[in-house]
Each structure stands twice: as structure tokens, then as C-alpha cells.
Design a protein around this ligand. Structure first.
Ligand code: 5RP
Length: 230
């Protein structure tokens, strides 16, 4: 089974938890896209749900698949958010934002009763940090923000190179919120909760890709089958 089939399997397993009448957060990325497509099939077969997309890309996918959409201004909570991740540790802490949607993803996950993470099992790691940590920043004052981030890294016992993310067109990648992303290659983040708190305290940081205590379960698809971790 190839990687894409594994991602679809994880998405299909998460779909089993979806019930009629639910309000759903719709994640971003190639795995979440499978979920939106499978959800669309169920909607066309009569399932009644409504979704809040975590990116413009997912909004367009959901429209294409016939999934009705709403916003967090129109409803007061979400039952489940289903989203992918770049890394998942045994505490269900995550690195997210490889697709650049971390800000909306975190707002939507935080507004949900449950967050189900779907992934192929290569995303499962003993310690976060192998995947570059995305930090979404305001372009104004970037030099000062970078220095403050480096100081936070040093205080939290991590170090590594940071670079402004470029898009496929070679220009600076701009998020749906109009911000930039710094990708930090840190290797091992021994205390992700501490680093998350330190980064959140920096004025020019809009959000970062450490999702601490937000995921309720992870559905991991691998060669041996599906594992659900809670
Ligand atoms: C986007 C994300 C994605 O969920 C993450 O990058 C995983 O993507 P994929 O399912 O394509 O591996 O956080 O911001």
C-alpha cells in the first residue's frame, strides 16, 4: 500500500466517528483532503453535517465535494476536528503547519470538543523536532522577532537554523492570514510545552506549530494496519 492509500485509510477510520448533525473542523493537507473527499461522499448519500475549513484550500475542496460550510461566528462549538500533522509524539503533542495553515488549524482545533489527528505512521516520533517547526510571524519588525525567537530557543535548550519559508513560485510564502512563516530546524524538542509558552509570549509571533494538549486521539495507518492512540 502506498503512502496516499495509508492516508486515505486513516481518513476513513476517522470518518467512522462522525454522526448525523455534527459540526466538524476540516483540516488542511493531503491527509485531511482525503477526509474531506470521503466526507463529501457521505454527505451526497444523505449525512447531515456542517464544516469549518482551516484554510482557503480546504474551503475550496469542501465546496467541490459538496460539504456544507459555516464559520466560528455562526456556531458556538465544533464536535470534532479531523486534521493531519507533521509529527505526533506519544503524549499526542504535534508539530503542524507544514502546509502553512497552522493559525486557522489551531483556532479550529481549540474550538472543538475533540481533535482527531489522521496520518500515516511515519509521522509518529518519540520526540518532536525532526520536522522544521513553523512559526507564523508578522513581517513588521522581523529582525527583532527573530532575535526574540532565538532567545526563547536558547532558554528552552534548543537551537538550529531558521529561514523564511518560500512558496513554490520562489517568493515569500504568505499565509491565509497575510503573515510569513519562519521554519526552524531544531532536531529535538525535549520540552515542547515550555517552548510553546515561550514562543506565544513573543509579540511578533502570531502562532507556532506546536499543538500541545489539543489532540484527543491519533489514527495512524501503516503497513501493519491502523492504530488508534488516545
Ligand atoms: C498544514 C498541516 C498539515 O496537516 C500537515 O502539514 C500534514 O500534511 P499532510 O497530511 O499533507 O502530510 O499542518 O498546515
Amino acid at each position: 500500500m502506498n503512502m496516499d492509500q495509508l492516508k486515505r485509510q486513516a481518513a476513513a477510520r476517522a470518518l467512522e466517528d462522525v454522526r448525523d448533525g455534527m459540526q466538524l473542523g476540516l483540516g488542511t493537507g493531503s491527509t485531511a483532503k482525503h477526509f474531506v473527499e470521503l466526507l463529501g461522499e457521505r454527505v451526497r448519500a444523505g449525512l447531515k453535517v456542517i464544516g469549518v475549513p482551516t484554510s482557503e484550500a480546504t474551503r475550496l475542496d469542501a465546496i467541490r465535494c459538496g460539504v456544507p460550510l459555516t464559520t466560528l461566528d455562526e456556531i458556538d462549538h465544533l464536535d470534532i476536528t479531523v486534521d493531519g500533522a507533521d509529527e505526533i509524539d506519544p503524549e499526542l503533542n504535534l508539530i503542524k503547519g507544514g502546509g502553512g495553515a497552522l493559525l486557522r488549524e489551531k483556532i479550529v482545533a481549540a474550538a472543538s470538543d475533540r481533535m482527531i489527528v489522521i496520518a500515516d505512521d511515519t509521522k509518529w516520533v518519540p520526540t518532536l523536532g525532526g520536522f522544521p517547526l513553523p512559526v507564523e510571524v508578522i513581517p513588521f519588525g522581523l529582525g527583532a522577532t527573530r532575535r526574540a525567537i532565538e532567545k526563547a530557543f536558547a532558554e528552552c535548550g534548543v537551537s538550529g537554523q531558521m529561514a523564511v519559508r518560500n512558496g513554490k513560485d520562489g517568493h515569500v510564502f504568505v499565509t491565509d492570514g497575510g503573515h510569513w512563516i519562519l521554519d526552524a530546524q531544531l532536531e529535538k524538542i525535549e520540552d515542547p510545552a515550555r517552548l510553546a509558552t515561550a514562543l506565544s509570549a513573543i509579540p511578533g509571533v502570531v502562532e507556532h506549530g506546536l499543538f500541545i494538549g489539543l489532540a484527543s486521539s491519533a489514527v495512524l495507518a501503516g503497513g501493519e494496519g491502523i492504530r488508534v492512540i488516545e
